[in-house]
Design a protein around this ligand. Sequence first.
Ligand code: NBP
Length: 479
Amino acid sequence: TQANIGVVGLAVMGSNLARNLASREGNTVAIYNRSPQKTRDLVDEHPEAGFVASESIEDFAASLSKPRTALIMVKAGAGTDAVIDQLVAVFEPGDIIVDGGNALFTDTIRREKAIRETGINFVGAGISGGEEGALLGPSIMPGGSAESWETLGPILRSIAAVAEGEPCVTHVGTDGAGHFVKMIHNGIEYADMQLIAEAYDLIRRGTGKSPAEIAEVFAAWNKGELESYLIEITAEVLRQVDAKTGRPLVDVIVDEAGAKGTGAWTVQTALDLGIPVSGIAEAVFARSLSSKPAQRKAASDLPGPSESWQVTDADAFIEDVRLALYASKIIAYSQGFDEIVAGAEEYDWDIKKGAIAKIWRGGCIIRAQFLNRITEAYDADPRLVALVTAPYFRDAVTKAQAAWRRVVTAAAQAGIPSPAFSSSLAYYDGLRADRLPAALVQGQRDFFGAHTYKRIDGPGAFHTLWSGDRSEIEAVDTH
Ligand code: NBP
């Protein structure tokens, strides 16, 4: 039997995607894994899938109809390069290699460039949704050429999550565009999670409510504009009671958050592109801080506020926190989309922002109703310069901003860390400021480094003779 699609790498993601593919009409799925036992186990456990199994890469290639299409789901990095080398050796021009792992987008750009010379198509595809998404329907962000999308599109559409009748997959752009957008998705996910965690912490410490009671608050929020997968699972986690101790599970989990690095990539890339993704950065840093037990222990006796904090009206405070969360979330997404715009410009990708928000509505971790508002904003104005300034979001932050300020003020006075809430508010105030103290920074830079400054009253670059008579000279353009 010839298969129309193959999967290489049969750990949890690869085997679930292979089963998902096999369950869709018209697909016959070839499978291969470095360790043959995994391949045999998958065939034994899922006879219904009708897998065409191979124990060598040559047999795997021979089992695929042309153009051969293979999806790689192995550990990102050296594993991906090893499998690509093997596939390139047995594939022919016109065949398609898809990397569905969590590759860094610059690796994808490098790989696509190298493989293009062989005539084989290389597609980096971001796949989000974890194990369950892989099996039942993930959100898929493929890059690569328009030509490969013609073959790949129908296959990926058949396995993707469906949101409001539409499959959560679109051709994002060429070469590394798919993995770039997947990276931003993960960065936004970090910010979303941190904001929810800060909201929980403030409510708990401000009102004394139990995790189970706060679970009800999140469940109620999930019926409104905050409706999302992350809010939903937050309620589930807060409701969970530890079987061993009878305590809320959240109270027996060590408070050190791990990370696999995609959030850090988002921030590193943003620094290179000069895009202030402060919400995402604070979320990454908050995880780093949490995972420094020695420093936290050493600092644990540093003083906090002298007065104790008491919320007088719990319901009003909870509503304030909800509004602060929503406003901060809007900022995080606005910043994330700014990075997409900057990346698209830098790497020459034609990325449709509205289409990206659409494919995040299902399958992935940040799926939410709210994403429809983003699509609408970019549909109404494809050249929107900042998401937060679109009418719907402008209205939302206008309604939320007083509450947002009260929450950030309360957190500061109570000594409760709220880095994502407060940095989002600082960003908002920076963005809307009529004048920024950046003027003074320019003055300082000119003082010590003759970096020059521009004047508000005309063109040109100027330098003050700080160590001379302090007169101003026009800088000569040396270009
Ligand atoms: P892992 O990331 O744990 O990778 C295990 C697979 O990689 C096995 O099939 C293993 O083969 C293979 N592999 C390795 Br390791 N080195 C190899 C090499 N040099 N040559 C050939 N194969 C090699 O699997 P996963 O958790 O299923 O994730 C797969 C990809 O999907 C990763 O890139 C991951 O970042 C991404 N992803 C994961 C999730 C998630 O929720 N887990 C979500 C989205 C994306 P072996 O059996 O012979 O050791």
